[in-house]
Ligand binder design. Sequence first.
Ligand SMILES: [Zn+2]
Length: 474
Amino acid sequence: MSNTKSLDYRNCRALGFALLAFFLSCSALRAQVTRPEAEKQLAHDIYKQFIEIQSGFTTGSTTPVAEAAVARLKAAGFADSDIFLGGASANKGNIVVRYRGTGARKPILLLAHTDVVEAKREDWTMDPFPFIERDGFFYGRGTGDDKAQAAVWIANLIRYKQEGYKPDRDIIVALTADEEGGGPYNGVDWLIKNHRDLIDAELALNEGGWGDEAHGKKIANDLQVSEKYVVNFRLEVLNKGGHSSLPVPDNAIYRLAAALQRLSSFGFPLKTNEVTAEYFRRMAKIDTSSTKDDLAKVADGSQEAMQRVAALSPRWNATLRTTCVATQLEGGHAMNALPQRAAGTVNCRVLPEDSVDYVRSALKKAVADDQVALNLVGEPSAGPASPMRPDILKAVTDATTASWPGVPVVPIMVMGATDGKALRMAGIPTYGIQGFFLDRDDIRFHGRDERMGVQSFYEGQAFLYDLVKRLTKP
Ligand SMILES: [Zn+2]
């Protein structure tokens, strides 16, 4: 491997040891793997170019991002016939490029989305679109979500070609539109429906799992193998109403409020699945607090330990159960009229193994009032988890150890949604893995002053370069 190790000697002055011991101890403590300068520069330049193209869901376009990638690939010698550019509309371009291998195995798909959440100048302390490097961070909308991975996929693919690397399977990179916006322009949905052959693969790597860092210490490299899905219900009470000077006991607002009150004290059963049991098993090994034993017991299925752990953090609670929570309210039509209608939205984040019917019947029982209608909003569908394949876990673990010795890999189920769900539903197991380490208390995706550590970016580049090779080596 041609990885370079850059060492940081800041903490290693004047120790009085022999020079050799000095170098050994410092490199063991601070070894950081990044790619050679020219490759870092290329990844940086593509990243900067992507960030500076405004590709917000409503205000921008992903097509110029796709075109920029096409120009880079053509300049690097990729054939026109291996590059596809298209999308659901002129502003929602996707690019798919194929780097040909020996064909011994089915292809691997490397996915990233190129649209970003909107960013307003007045909400940020700086302009969100120029790519700014300051105090060890890259700033700009999309630096974390998801243009770092998009840039790295293209830069690394160009590098494989320069090397003459011959993988045992095609490596497909797809940079797609409207992950954030969803709807009819979503690039992954569109590709599955219209050009399945272009992206058909044995497995895919995507966003959804990143490096977990706390107080500058790397805790774990997360591997996302499943995600919850969203189900919204509208609770509604209708009433004939009347003049507010003549109130009667049967009141739509009171009725809805009582139903929501009962819902607030309802909790879905606590349980683990294959992914979350493994998550707690590995967290038990990492954790140094008094919770350590309980985390191990959760992995073994202890209900008592699940109760205690769920009470400790909203994240653990949401990992252990389907959750439903009231998020919106409406009701009444005049200050001086009895309400004819009261309604509320209940937003559920459902475990992949729980069905919509199950959630609806559980809510109906909790609400316990036939006059409160429980209407499903939209047509939600669950996505299966990706299998915990030992060969993939091993490749991720080996690549993680090579980059960051001693840092464990932790399989996770995420509460939010990614394009991985559509791929999993289409039969392409998808793994969220990035190797970009982020401070767990300062995740700025979708928020103000989004940023990515400069060193995190380059280490992620090297990690993904190595990981993809491990998954495509003859
Ligand atoms: Zn994203």
